[in-house]
Write a protein that binds this ligand. Sequence first.
Ligand code: UT7
Length: 336
Amino acid sequence: MNKKVVISAVSHYVPDKVLTNFDLEKMVDTTDEWIRTRTGIKERRILEPGKATSDMAAEAVKNLCKQRNIDPMEIDLIIVATVTPDMFFPSTANLVQEKAGAKNAWSFDIAAACSGFIFSLSTGAQFIKAGTHKKVVVIGSDKMSSIVNYHDRNTCVLFGDAAGAVLLEPSEDDELGIIDFLHFVDGSGAEFLRMKAGGSLNPASRETLANDWHFIYQDGKQVFKFAVKKMAEVAVDILKKHNYTGDDLKLFIPHQANLRIIDGAVKRLGINYDQVMINIEKYGNTTAATIPLALSEAYQQGKLDKGDLVVLATFGGGFTWGSALLKWGLDNPVKK
Ligand code: UT7
């Protein structure tokens, strides 16, 4: 990138309602011990009925504007990464534009499952880099509870609801900002993680309802095998490409799908756990929201200083996977 793009604010929103492993023990044949040891998750958040993905996203945008001290009317573009849009159309980003009072922004959604945030970050950055836009908001927001079958122990223990958002602006300091992206797709992975009905292939019908095809379907083992390899690879490769090693890394922010997948990447990177942001125990897998949520918490907790080297990495349905390398551009808000 010739002109650097910087994250100039980061925020998140999580619903108040907590669903613990012990609550799930009463709903399906599972145990807190199984969930913790196989995934690292202790609890997740659940959005109240009547609220949707756009409501969480709009809250994250309002928090973002407060943090950056800007009026939402200054935003030029809103991109929402989600697999749980409020509805098929209009796009969730349009609803966020209205709810956040960002009437000067145009907007659209990107569907790339757990890679949605990184793919959207890459897309949004191009508009700043091109010089046509000054303030682009990129959001990852998913109400996973709306597509989870709470009778299916294979999936219901894994997911939660949340939103995270970043503001992208041209960097005033050429040393700070986004350095590079890597993104990949292997469409042959579609069969292992998907929602079988509701689209043009299998429109909603009595049969699709009876077969539970409107919920997430995942072949966990197949996805795990691919995820553990590819998320580590894409994190290592982006560092290597720019002649960095794990030692140079201040913070690794991985997609939070399973602690064992994160462990694999940590090993491959050769880094310590104080160089990794992990919050899966509190939120589970929030799909497009995991990375901006983890980034926002890391920032709030004072884990990032101006100039720190950060890698974001993800893997998800599609299959999709990718990473971003950046030099953090904000001062540490936590006084030491
Ligand atoms: O974010 C998008 C990308 N998604 C991922 O990266 C997820 C990748 N996959 C995974 O994280 C893991 O495969 C899971 C956490 C989904 C499953 O863990 P696993 O170690 O692969 O378990 P498994 O599917 O091989 O199941 C082992 C056993 C099975 O019993 P049998 O067949 O051995 O008798 C399952 O029925 O564990 C059983 N099991 C459960 N037991 C208690 C599956 N879910 C549960 C559960 N509680 N919730």
